[in-house]
Design a protein around this ligand. Structure first.
Ligand code: SF4
Length: 487
């Protein structure tokens, strides 16, 4: 998916956002219905739009692409009846409300008709050399239908001389740099591929003899599928009615899974790398309490993503846990076109302080990240307005000081608070009594690396914290982006 798009929601513009979720099913009579449920469980990975492609031997390929939530589109049986077949894939993409560039032709899965039959692909990640590839493909005659980087894969496949679609996809992906977890389909095959670094997640499940591919395990649970295993970094699985074939078409590299999936993007009920996301987040809170203790009366999460870390902080510190901030779950796209007056109410529309609890208390607030710092500042004001005596921020990720180029919507570097301020400067800017971020080593320990980060060979991608990009973002370098070493 492409990068640097406007915020999803005027009241939620201070978070990094995962850009996509992918899903596929082979072997049940109404695969598209299963895909719709899976996409519903992956909705946190993208709320702007969703699409499903299904194949039926009598009806051929059918597709539906819609803006909005899965529940508002893919629950209509009138629509779902147009997507028959035992093989289907789907995609949700992140919200670009207000984006002038949002167009239905950018909504995946993308479809291509090849001499050996059709194929559809759904991509989570970001191709870091997409602009160079697009230029080259256009010069050689390709006509692009969308503005998405993912479409390059279809055009590269079209130019491959290989005989089979999986082999053409291997050819295409060898030219692609960056992060990709892909679910694809032909008339008979369901295909899953993960880039050699395995930056974005992709898992395999089974239900009643059918195979399922999903960005996260929470979307296996929703259809009662059993979690089988992760697709390995650099692995391609080709599944048909005879079973599953595993291939490793790329040069092997040390994996660099996105550590931010543990902190924020994935759902807490998912399993990543064999670890419960909830448990990793709780452990982050434990590490934070050890690294950055403080005398206080209450530990409160900034809901919802700060909750497990706040529980861990409370357990380790012995400071009571309390729901000091309540989130209104129903502020969503209802307010999609707010007036200036409503916009100024900002975060109050989504979060409210539990005054009776907060008054006269020294409060530790646990949040998952600080991006621009705008929300943190407003939350601090709300807590002080409610009568808190002190506010201490504890952040469950290290300072986010570099943009992500691997499939996460990040503001430009200048907009990231931590890019230009030290921790003390950020504390002064936010006007809080104390501000502490978990260290990178602490985060690695919470993610199961007992010795912390191996600086010679980091076990995860942590580029948005460290500035060490495991794949050079070549398009951005061409546009003048400076790597850490060049600063
Ligand atoms: S840069 Fe950050 S958000 Fe992007 S893949 Fe790496 S760890 Fe994840």
């Amino acid at each position: 998916m492409s990068m640097q798009m406007p915020p999803a929601h005027p009241f939620d513009d201070d978070k990094l956002r995962e850009e996509c979720g992918v899903y596929g099913v082979l072997g049940v009579s109404d695969a598209a219905n299963f895909v719709a449920l899976g996409l519903h469980a992956l909705q946190h990975r993208g709320q702007e739009a969703g699409g499903i492609v299904a194949y039926d031997p009598q009806e051929g390929f059918n597709a539906a692409h819609r803006f909005g939530y899965v529940r508002d589109n893919f629950t209509s049986q009138t629509l779902m009846k147009t997507l028959p077949g035992a093989l289907a894939i789907g995609h949700v993409r992140y919200s670009t409300a207000g984006s002038k560039g949002a167009a239905i032709r950018d909504v995946q899965p993308f479809f291509g008709e090849f001499s050996m039959g059709g194929a559809a692909i759904a991509h989570n990640g970001n191709i870091t050399n997409a602009e160079a590839l697009r230029r080259e493909l256009i010069e050689r005659g390709s006509i692009f239908q969308s503005s998405s980087d993912s479409e390059c894969i279809i055009h590269l496949m079209a130019r491959s001389l290989q005989k089979g679609i999986p082999e053409r996809m291997e050819d295409a992906l060898r030219r692609v740099e960056g992060a990709f977890s892909i679910v694809a389909m032909t008339r008979t095959k369901l295909i899953g591929v993960r880039d050699p670094l395995g930056v974005r997640p992709l898992v395999l499940g089974q239900v009643a003899g059918a195979y399922v591919l999903s960005s996260e395990t929470c979307a296996l649970d929703i259809i009662g599928a059993e979690y089988v295993r992760e697709i390995e970094p650099g692995e391609m699985v080709v599944i048909d009615h005879k079973g599953l074939e595993s291939r490793f078409p790329f040069r092997r590299q040390s994996p660099r899974f996105c550590i931010f999936e543990h902190v924020y993007f994935s759902r807490p009920d998912s399993i990543l790398g064999g670890r419960s996301v909830y448990e990793t987040r709780r452990q982050i809170g434990v590490e934070l309490a050890r690294e950055a203790p403080v005398e206080a009366d209450l530990v409160c999460p900034v809901p919802d993503s700060g909750t497990p870390a706040a529980i861990g902080y409370s357990q380790e510190s012995g400071i009571p846990y309390a729901m000091g901030i309540i989130r209104n779950q129903y502020v969503g796209r209802t307010f999609i076109e707010p007036t200036e007056q409503i916009r100024n109410m900002g975060v109050r529309l989504k979060l409210n302080v539990n005054r009776a609890l907060i008054k006269d208390k020294r409060v530790v607030l646990v949040d998952d990240s600080v991006v621009r710092g705008t929300t943190s500042r407003k939350i601090k004001e709300m807590i002080l307005d409610a009568g808190a005596k002190e506010v201490h921020f504890r952040i469950a990720s290290p300072p986010t000081s570099w943009p992500c180029f691997y499939g996460v919507d990040t503001p430009q570097r200048e907009k990231l608070l931590a890019a230009s301020m030290s921790e003390e400067e950020m504390r002064a800017h936010l006007q809080v009594d104390s501000l502490k971020f978990i260290t990178l080593d602490g985060l690695y320990r919470a993610a199961g690396e007992a010795q912390g980060r191996n600086s010679a060979c980091p076990q995860y991608c942590d580029a948005c914290f460290s500035g060490e990009y495991p794949v050079a973002p070549s398009d951005m370098l061409e546009k003048g982006f400076k790597l850490k070493a060049a600063e």
